[in-house]
Write a protein of this length. Structure first.
Length: 291
């Protein structure tokens, strides 16, 4: 026995170094999960500069590629609605690089009064105060958020198509209507849509097929908001979002998740502010959503 003892360590080392048995065919292997790919930054308008040449009654601004009506309005401190009116632009007009815009002189606001448009509530839809004379509402976001040179100019909608029917709509989020419904409210306010209670982070879906017009939080009170244009010029609005899952210019289908519900803006609890608009007119969503 004594002469076999020196071989024992070699046998032990050999056993420790022996290869592990291969797993049987079809057995699953645990692999490290790859971290989620970083999301590409969303499109942002090229900041505009108030470098227009002085002309009687205001300035003449030459549009640069990538600028939007909203960025130009903010740069000059003039509501986009005043600029469109002064230049004869409608909601289907698209700015082009090199285009000359007349910018009316900023109006002096009365002492003690904010530069806002009366008759709308922050959550119900309309006018919000900006810095100086700049004010922005949902309709401004619809008409002034396309970057110059980004798309060919749209042809005006023929009068026979102006009263196109609203496309079939689906509820954008699961929940019940809270606060107040569509229509006038005490104190001269008006709710332009419905506020639907939702679970924070719940999926918000496109109410109908369309194209994303606007993703941003420039409209005070609504927080992060998405606007989608549908057939016939109908536009739906989705406010108080926690996060957006789509970008401006993206095509979406009815029922497709476009965002997650939240309480951004003036909301005090997770909810969705939902609007249906045709032209400058808002419609009662309850008349177009399934019962």
């Amino acid at each position: 026995m004594r002469r076999f003892l020196p071989l024992l360590p070699v046998v032990l080392i050999s056993a420790c170094a022996s290869p592990q048995p291969k797993p049987p065919a079809g057995a699953s292997r645990i692999t490290a999960q790859k971290p989620p790919a970083p999301q590409a930054p969303r499109w942002q308008a090229v900041p505009a500069k108030a470098d227009g040449v002085a002309v009687p009654g205001g300035r003449r601004h030459i549009v640069k590629k990538g600028e939007t009506g909203l960025s130009i309005a903010r740069a000059y401190g003039v509501p986009w609605s005043r600029i469109t009116a002064a230049n004869g632009l409608d909601r289907d007009s698209v700015l082009q690089a090199g285009q000359a815009l007349f910018i009316p002189a900023a109006q002096q606001q009365q002492a003690g009064r904010p530069a806002s448009r009366p008759g709308r509530s922050a959550q119900g839809g309309g006018a919000q105060s900006g810095n100086g004379g700049f004010a922005l509402d949902v309709d401004d976001a619809i008409t002034g958020s396309t970057p110059a040179g980004d798309a060919p100019a749209r042809q005006p909608v023929p009068p026979t198509q102006a009263a196109a029917t609203v496309p079939s709509m689906a509820w954008p989020v699961d929940g019940r209507v809270i606060l107040s419904r569509y229509g006038p409210k005490p104190g001269g306010r008006f709710n332009d849509g419905l506020n639907i209670k939702a679970v924070r982070g719940a999926p918000v879906r496109a109410a109908a097929d369309g194209e994303v017009l606007y993703v941003g939080d420039a409209i005070s009170g609504f927080g992060l908001m998405i606007l989608i244009r549908h057939s016939g010029g109908t536009v739906t609005a989705y406010g108080h979002l926690e996060d957006a899952l789509v970008d401006r210019g993206q095509k979406v289908q009815r029922g497709q998740p476009i965002a997650r519900a939240g309480s951004s803006g003036a909301a005090t609890e997770p909810q969705l502010h939902f609007q249906i608009r045709q032209g400058r007119r808002t419609l009662d969503p309850a008349l177009y959503l399934p019962r």
